[in-house]
Structures are given as C-alpha cells and as structure tokens.
Design a protein around this ligand. Sequence first.
Ligand code: BES
Ligand code: ZN
Ligand code: ZN
Length: 454
Amino acid sequence: MNSKKRNNSKNKNELFVYLDPKFVPADLQKFCKDLKQNQLDEKSFLKKSNEINVFLTNFDLDKLQMNFFLLLIGKRLYNFCDTGNYNLKIYGGDELQKSNIILGWELEKYKFQKFKTVTTEEIGKSLTLVPKDIKNKKEAYFFIRDLINSPPNILGPNEIYHAAKEHLNDDYVCKKITGKKLEKTFPLISVVGAGASKKNKPIFASFISKTKKKRKIFIIGKGVSFDTGGLNLKTGVGMSLMKKDMGGAANAIGLAKLLSKKNLNAEVNLLLCLVENSVSDNAMRPSDIYKSRSGQFIEVSDTDAEGRLIMADALTYASEKNPELIIDLATLTGASRVAMGLEVPSFFSNNTTLSNLLNKASTETGDPLWQLPLWQNYNNQILSNHADYKNIGSSGFGGAITAALFLEKFIKKEIPWIHIDLMGWTKPNKYSRYEGGEAMGIIALSKMIDDMFK
Ligand code: BES
Ligand code: ZN
Ligand code: ZN
C-alpha cells in the first residue's frame, strides 16, 4: 500500500494497525525502526490529523500471548483515541487476531453504573464496522460482568436463576429444583445452602436447549451468590470479593447463550448450582458427614470448601445422562489464583484428546487457559477418616489439584470432562481501566465446542 492510497479517505478518522512490517508504507518505515522488542510505548502510536498509525511490528510473542495481547491493544486503542468514528484497518494477522483488536475496543466501553446516582455519559467513540460474531461475544462479556458485579443483597440464588432464565429463554427450557425435592435429589447443594435465609434458599437449575439432538453436552456453573466461608468464616479481606463466587455460573450462562447462536449438532444442557454460603444455626458444620447424590459419603472438613460440594452433585447428575462432554466452571480455589495469577484460569481434564483441543482453541482465540495435572498420587489427601472423602486436602499444598481430584470422584471415567478453576475478576492495567467481574474461558470453550460439534 502506498501513501497516496492511504490519503484517499480524507474526511474520516482512519485507524491503521500494522502487525506485519511488510505492510508499513515507505514513508512510515522510519517510525518502526527503533521500537524496542516486545514493548508498547508512545512511539508505537503515530497521530497525525485524522489518521492514527499503530505499529505492532516489534512483537515476537508465542501465539496464545500474541492473540491475548491483541485484545489488550484493542482496549488501549479505545482509551488512546479521541471521540469520533473510526475506520479501522488491520494489516497482517489472521481473522481471529483482527477480531481480537475489535473485541478489545468494544469491551472497553463497558460501565457498571446501576448503583451510581451520578453516571458518566457514553463517550462517542465507535468503529465503523463491528461484525455480528464480535457483537455476540461482547454481549456475553457484558452479561457476565453485570451479573458478577451485582451485589449479593440484590443478587441471591433466585435472582441468578431469573437472570439466566431471562437471558436464555428463547433457546432453552428452564427448570428449577428447591426445598424437600432438592434435599432428596441434590443433598450436597441443599446442605451447603441450608445456612442462608429463606429469601436465599438453594436452587438446582437446568436449562436444556429447545432443539433436541442425540449428542449431548453438559455445562455446569458454581453459583455461590456470596461466600462467607460458613462456620469456617473467612477474614474480612478474604470475604471482600466473594460476591464474585458465582463467576462460574455467570460464565456458564454466557457460554450457553453463545452456543445457542452456533447451530451445533448437539443438545446443550446448562446446570447451575445456586446457593449462598452463610452462617446460621442451620449451617453445615466442620466434621458433618453427608451422603452425596452419588451415594458416596462426604465429610465436610472445611465449610469454606463449599464449591466442590455443590458441584459434586451436579457432576453426578450430568454423568448419569452419559453426555459426550462435561465442562464445569467454578471460582473453586484461592490456590489456582496463587499459581496462575488473575488472568489465566487453570483447567483439568481426564481426557488427553480433549485437553489438546482446548489448548488449541485457547491458543487460536487468545483466551488464556492453562492445564494443571489431575495428579492421582495426591488422592490419599482427600481420604476421610470416618467417611469416603473429605472436602479439603490434608497437606494444604496443591489445593487446586486436590479440589479437582475431589470433583473427579463424581464423574464416570469414560466421559470426557474439563474442569475450569477461574478468578472471574480483573484489575486495571496499562491497557484497560476496567475493574470488576470478568468473563474467562468462554471464547476458547465456544470455539472448541464449535469445532467438535459442527
Ligand atoms: N470461593 C473460594 C475460592 C476462591 C477464593 C476463589 C479466592 C477466588 C479467590 C472457595 O469457596 C474457597 O473458599 N476455597 C478455599 C478452600 C480451602 C478451604 C480448602 C480456599 O481456596 O481457600
Ligand atoms: Zn469457600
Ligand atoms: Zn466459594
């Protein structure tokens, strides 16, 4: 491309992003000469009148990190540009890489202002073209963020159920189980939620796609509307972000919605375990023993390890239906966050073919996920003295792994299963101003499922 061509559309704001040096016009080559390897600074952006050039020709990252970085670039660009309508052109990169820049831009528009008396106006910054599939992803992100950001006095188990119902109504048949029936059929969900007030009673919810198909997928979300830790009460600091403990459920709902737009050759079943983990005279106690849906006896060694208890019964239910794939999403352990930091959810799988497919989808989409092992030699850590299993590992080490091993006890061996332990929360950085609930893993998962069930 030469500079003549570039100047053709004079009256619009032009935004040119160069991923490949061979596309940089001759008169601009000098600007990318002294860019430092893998560094984004002021020199990466060149603004002149109504044209912005962005040079990303100095990046040499592996594919997953490059693709993730392009999402950050989109966010950074949104913050860098003044108000106006921008005609974005990306030179180099594949379709998914290009779409990540656009998605990043769109995501940075998000605001959660429901509880602000003074709100900030929408800033008039837009791209001339946002393709439909990027709008779908954005919608999923915004729904997930809204749900996680909603405070626990407003959003209890029942409100999560209704939000899911409203979001999925067109494509899914909804059902919920509560009360005595829940106690009988999903005893661990019932027990974990027993400490909450009447208004926030536990719920098992299922959403089955309206178009019936032989092939079945189950997606399960941990929906703890607030995690006090129960009688093993968390500290103030430990509790401060625990409205996000329904992040697995929020992501599962967002994923189910994305999948409904894919015309898959599979029936999607979404299961939500909705509870508040609270303190009261009705709350489960450390050392209580309960019979799970699977029949296995579980000792509650720590009431703060509630997520794996509620997920256990839902995993048993999903296994009973013999699906081709089970995926569970949960803000399950602080140990996963310690190992991976906020941005990278850990995942576990009992099937190598499946984990390879997820790794591939994660790399291609730039939606990070990283595998940890289902290290069988740690199984002795969750053996209970007086029951079959206990809900915490005895050593305190490898907490994300012992939690995943606990979940594995409720899956039929032959069913391919992925467990995702995610943070569901993001903090501001040099690319983005946003702090709050965050979607994680759903873009990679929807790509993987799309590839598997086309
Ligand atoms: N919801 C928490 C896990 C969590 C904590 C996720 C912080 C993200 C950030 C979970 O229910 C929990 O409390 N887990 C305990 C388990 C422990 C008692 C074995 C944990 O990770 O400390
Ligand atoms: Zn907990
Ligand atoms: Zn929890």
